[in-house]
Design a protein. Sequence first.
Length: 401
Amino acid sequence: MPGTLRRIFDCSARADPYPLYAELRRTPVALQEDGSYVISTYREIKDVLNDPHLSSDVRNLSSPMPPAEGGAASSFIHMDSPGHDRLRRLATRHFGPPHTPGLVNGFEGFLTTTIGALIDGLAGRERIDVVDDFAVPLPVTVTCRLLGVPPEDEPMFHLWVKDLMDSVDYDPETDPKEKRDKGVRARSDLRRCLADLVERSHRRPGDGLLSRLANDDGPDGRMADDDIVATAKLLLVAGHETTVNLIANGMLTLLRHPHVLRRLRDEPRLVVPLVEELLRYEPPVQIIPWRAAYSDITVADTVIPRGSQIMLMLASGSRDPRRFHDPDRFDPDRRDNQHLGFGSGIHLCFGAPLARRETQIALTELARRLDHPRLVTDPPPYRPSPVLRGPIHLRIKQGYG
């Protein structure tokens, strides 16, 4: 079993890790050579994600990891209750139901216009990279509008997010040191710019999420400026990765299933269950690399000691045949699709409603407007990360040229 995990993490498995996940599921809870535990089956993953004895705080690991970004505030996805709950409530007051139920719907026009403009730029081109030309610029543009970033600052946000995400895959053995250094600078510059925007919002309130958080004195009190910056950065970075991979994996899957692509073109309402099936079948986040046990816990008859690192294989759980019928088949008509694509429990993906709607509109418009698209290379090249899995490029041809 440890050998199977090593093979999953090897880049050679990136194009199709699913047979290896099937191997993992033979032992739902597997002890690794380093003392960590890998959980790979649906019921056990779901139970663990909803277990209050599990921690998302690195300080609760028996071998603590270094905190991200030195002394910067952590986002609430790296916190436990009650601190997590308060910050998430404060953020949700301005991001979704019940206090701001119309936010995502209110973005429909902007999403449609932005997606349409990106596709307009592809018109007449025989070859397109769906990742670079479409999926990468979209989420940053959308999140900048959501946050209230001034239009003149948006180009820098695109550069910072690109450098930051490039550095996530940094390999000291093969990559130039400059790649890592650019990521460090981007983190620092992004954090400083967000802090400046929050400070400016105190003096001149606006309509964006940054300003609403900076000036909200609700029942939970006001969110500290450092926490606002961490929350904004979470939306920018985590939201970017999720949406880019979901769109790219989605378009790849549609091109591999041309009958579904044709259906989507003719039946736009299909996109809602289709995106849910994509989140199950080709999820953008495949693995939660760690959780920590507050105390000894028992999972599938295995006792996991306090402080142990627990790795949750979300993509494996969503292909578990004990939960999903014929799980290796892409079926946009699938019923009861309670996938793990956005996690579960108190850390269920905060930006999921927006990522869903971006992807729904994006795939609908790509299906409708691209001219007889087909893959140039299958499988495409993948980014190195086994955690955030998606093509690094998705090159297609369109037209009859």
